[in-house]
Design a protein around this ligand. Structure first.
Ligand code: SF4
Length: 241
């Protein structure tokens, strides 16, 4: 790890009222179900291309039609937070992404995020947008999906989450079709999303050609970032990359 600690270890700084603190002992006792921990290049978001350690938590309450991590729905192994942190440290990177599945479906995820921040990593969280992101440590960059009709999970969007996002966070749409694009464009305008944080439009892999989405974004002058999944360009759908 190249970064230094930014806060006393074991002090979890929360977004809600700043008064929510726990001892390091409490935090370290918590265990989490983990599918995999691996070292790769960040394939998405504004951190694309950066060497990153990924911590993939097991389990997700959603079932998106395009899900490419269904192997993380079940199984995994239970690891104490200290064990997870030790494993992350082995790779000597500055960036850590906690992903899933839906990482926030496990309560201990909040403690893990705070512990990773305490240890000095630059931490991002990838979440479905269906669960409350307000309690996430303020140092974490939250990458929050807005599920489109084409995902089959549009009813799960927790719209209140948008009120908690800032420029440190990002909103992501995965688009399956032109109908999804038009829906996302409307949400973007109606909810003034680009004034809240960076917005990512990503084509669903093998469902929507990236060049087509690029043309639509340019035609409509949308203030969004086209996002391709770098890891899939490099390694296809290989697991753990
Ligand atoms: S939220 Fe993510 S992990 Fe869960 S089903 Fe949808 S794409 Fe898969």
């Amino acid at each position: 790890m190249t970064a230094t600690a930014v806060e006393a270890p074991g002090r979890a700084r929360m977004r809600d009222d700043g008064a929510h603190e726990r001892t390091s002992t409490d935090v370290r006792r918590a265990g989490l179900r983990i599918t995999e921990i691996f070292h790769s290049l960040q394939g998405e978001t504004s951190r694309v291309g950066l060497p990153t350690v990924f911590v993939r938590l097991t389990g997700c309450p959603l079932r998106c039609g395009y899900c490419d991590t269904a192997y993380a729905f079940h199984g995994g192994r239970t690891m104490a937070i200290d064990e997870i942190v030790d494993e992350v440290a082995r790779y000597q990177t500055h960036y850590v992404t906690v992903t899933g599945g839906e990482p926030l479906a496990q309560r201990g995820c909040l403690d893990l995020l705070s512990m990773l921040c305490d240890r000095g990593w630059s931490v991002s969280l990838e979440t479905s947008g269906a669960l409350d992101v307000a309690p996430v440590d303020a140092r974490v960059s939250r990458i929050v999906d807005i599920k489109t009709p084409g995902s089959d999970e549009v009813a799960r969007n927790r719209w209140e989450n948008l009120d908690h996002l800032g420029m440190h966070d990002e909103i992501k749409f995965v688009l399956c079709s032109e109908a999804d694009y038009l829906w996302a464009r409307q949400i973007l305008v109606e909810r003034a999303l680009a004034s809240r944080c960076p917005v990512l439009f990503s084509p669903s892999y093998e469902q929507l050609p990236a060049a087509t989405l690029a043309e639509w974004i340019l035609r409509d002058r949308l203030p969004v970032r086209l996002q391709l999944q770098l890891h899939k360009q490099l390694w296809g759908e290989a697991r753990g990359r």
